[in-house]
Design a protein around this ligand. Structure first.
Ligand SMILES: [Zn+2]
Length: 334
């Protein structure tokens, strides 16, 4: 009996220690030295405001559209232990600040959703209903929009690569790949009703977006690669000056993978300017009590941002490309 009791105590102690270590690891953030901040560029009419993960608001002064628009950014405890719903107060506050900073009326022509994981897709249907936008994404994303009562006439679902026009912007959707993080794959085949657990949001198709605007010449000027994955040759025939490069999970992948990713996205497209996105811990808010909050890198347990940043810095110097780590609320003018 005594031995059994001792074993039980020992087991509980081990479990508690393990949980403690896990919490510690999830709370420890790597120290990252960020490259010089973006200098204000001359105000052009086409601009984008970065809003954490791969969420960005694009405008030309006529119409505004979003990539993802994930603003709820629930704390880790909620993501792990509860079923999620849209934090409507927070999403509304971030959207209001976004329109103010863009100096644009509160209306959206569309929301292109990178893939259907919750950190890309959760808030898009709510924003679409609120600001009159079309939801653009895979059929897996369509089910998330349906689960939040977006009428099907307001959804553009793609089964592979495609193209959409939002105002004067032309956005090409390229079927790409998710970073190999262990949370990939799956397709939502039924409406995802809220509240829903984070794991119920299945990836669907991971898209890259190639953006053109007549004000910036006939060809595309920017590539947005939300997830740090790639399909070899996905960008052949695509030349752009700017790449918004997703970093999520990249720090845990091999040097060779990171270099191939860089080659595919940056060298292959001939880009001259790279802006790093999706490097941040998306369980931290973009605003707190009305104040804007800067981003923190992902915890060490999930990513190694300093390592991937170091490698990308090396490649950018080698290849003569400028590299910027975008912080939330930073604007890029073209
Ligand atoms: Zn994802």
């Amino acid at each position: 009996m005594r031995i059994l009791r001792f074993a039980l105590y020992a087991l509980s102690a081990i479990v508690l220690l393990g949980l403690g270590a896990l919490v510690f690891l999830l709370k420890s953030y790597p120290a990252a030295e960020l490259p010089e901040s973006l200098k204000p560029s001359p105000a052009g009419s086409v601009r984008t405001l970065f809003l954490g993960t791969s969420s960005m608001a694009w405008t030309d002064g006529q119409s505004t559209w979003l990539v993802d628009g994930f603003f709820s950014r629930q704390p880790l405890s909620e993501v792990a232990f509860t079923r999620l719903k849209v934090d409507e107060t927070q999403v509304g506050a971030v959207a209001a600040e976004m329109f103010k900073r863009l100096d644009m009326p509160s209306a959206l022509s569309g929301i292109v959703v990178a893939h259907s994981h919750y950190d890309h897709s959760l808030d898009a249907p709510f924003l679409a209903k609120q600001y009159g936008a079309r939801v653009v994404g895979s059929e897996s994303t369509l089910q998330i929009a349906k689960g939040q009562d977006v009428p099907t006439t307001q959804i553009d679902a793609f089964t592979g690569s495609g193209r959409v026009k939002l105002g004067e912007f032309d956005i090409q959707l390229i079927q790409s790949a998710h970073a190999p993080t262990g949370f990939t794959g799956g397709f939502n085949t039924k409406p995802v009703f809220l509240p829903a657990h984070a794991l119920q949001f299945k990836e669907g198709i991971s898209f890259s977006f190639v953006v053109s605007h007549p004000g910036l010449g006939p060809g595309p000027f920017a590539l947005i690669q939300p997830s740090a994955g790639y399909v070899e040759g996905q960008n052949k025939d695509i030349a752009v000056e700017h790449v918004f490069l997703g970093m999520g999970g990249l720090g845990k992948l091999s040097d060779a993978y990171i270099e191939n990713y860089w080659r595919e996205m940056v060298v292959g497209t001939g880009a001259k300017h790279v802006y790093l996105i999706h490097w941040d811990d998306f369980t931290q808010p973009l605003m707190k009590k009305g104040q804007l909050v800067g981003l923190k890198p992902m915890p060490k347990l999930l990513d190694d941002f300093p390592r991937s940043l170091e490698l990308l810095k090396m490649f950018s110097e080698r290849d003569g490309v400028t590299l910027h780590v975008l912080d939330a609320w930073q604007m890029v003018h073209f």
